[in-house]
Ligand binder design. Structure first.
Ligand code: GDP
Length: 298
């Protein structure tokens, strides 16, 4: 991911090397090229506008530096602005004062929620927690089984509907799971929810019902970074329909242009908290804006 954007930006910066001082016209031309590079990478237009505005303003106001030549100065500004649109600092999970902490996952079908539940389970366990994964995706025929499989791989417990135990009603399963977690001393509950292929009212209502039943400490919007501009429309729909406190980007190992990653924070105001980079449970980490910006700038 980001190869094309990295290459484009690299060319822009190369063009600046050797220049003694940047005129306003140089800055405008550079800003235009960066703008095209971002748009080609599928970054949402409002985010691009704000980014370019900030880069231009800072480049014009930048004092002549002894230590940095104009190209280095622009790279520094672009780097800092990239870190800014990626969220600045890493945002950690906010754990509840009284256990269990409830983390609800929401997103479209195929975004990678069930896989993420396993990844989070594994990660939380490594941090010394005793997570419980809860199967509230009762739409997709194999989802409950899939969650049990990833829980097994992660070595964590799973709570799934049993006959007579709210079968078919994800809201009831969600509610019961919290009580179960309390009794069985699990300190973090990860609730997997159903996603449809497109946004629909029934899905939103169900997710909102689960949210009301479990009162999550964190609701994570899980989004496939490969879906480009659609990531932004989906994010807005979930923000309005369910609300969320953080974003998880999945499939960052893909070869998409990466615009979703750069847009979702700016458009929703919510931080990217985790990143998934493959199908295996270990392909997962806390999201670090600075590292991502450095990767983009090569
Ligand atoms: P859900 O419908 O949101 O629960 O999505 P799943 O967890 O079932 O994931 C859908 C598909 O995407 C599965 O084949 C996963 O193995 C795959 N997947 C999930 N996360 C990643 C990732 O970070 N990278 C890649 N390449 N594949 C992923």
């Amino acid at each position: 991911m980001f190869e094309t954007l990295s290459d484009r930006l690299d060319k822009v910066f190369t063009g600046l090397r050797g220049k003694g001082r940047l005129s306003d016209a140089d800055i405008d031309a550079t800003a235009r090229e960066i703008r095209i590079a971002l748009l080609e990478a599928d970054v949402a237009l409002p985010v691009v506008r704000e980014f370019i505005g900030a880069v231009k303003e800072r480049a014009r106001g930048a004092a002549v530096s002894q230590a940095l030549n104009p190209a280095q100065q622009i790279i520094k500004i672009v780097n800092e602005e990239l870190v800014g649109i990626l969220g600045g600092e890493t945002r950690r999970i906010r754990y509840a004062k009284t256990s269990p902490t409830v983390i609800m996952l929401a997103g479209l079908q195929g975004a990678g929620k069930t896989t993420l539940a396993g990844k989070l389970g594994r990660w939380l366990k490594a941090q010394g927690h005793t997570p419980l994964l809860v199967a509230c995706d009762l739409q997709r025929p194999n989802a409950v089984n899939q969650l049990s499989v990833v829980a097994g791989q992660a070595g964590v417990d799973v709570y799934a509907p049993q006959p007579g135990n709210g079968v078919g009603d994800p809201i009831q399963v969600a509610r019961d799971s919290i009580e179960h977690a309390r009794r069985s001393m699990h300190d973090v509950v990860v609730v997997d929810t159903a996603g449809r292929l497109g946004i629909d009212a029934e899905l939103m209502a169900q997710a909102a019902g689960i949210r009301d039943a479990v009162q999550p400490d964190e609701t994570l919007f899980v989004v496939d970074a490969m879906i480009g501009q659609d990531a932004v429309t989906t994010a807005i729909a979930f923000q309005e329909g369910v609300g969320f406190s953080g974003v998880v980007l999945t499939k960052l190992d893909g070869d998409a242009r990466g615009g979703a990653a750069l847009s979702v924070r700016g458009v929703t105001g919510q931080p990217i908290m985790f990143a998934s980079t493959g199908e295996k449970l270990a392909d997962f980490d806390v999201f670090h804006p600075e590292r991502m910006a450095s990767r983009i700038l090569g």
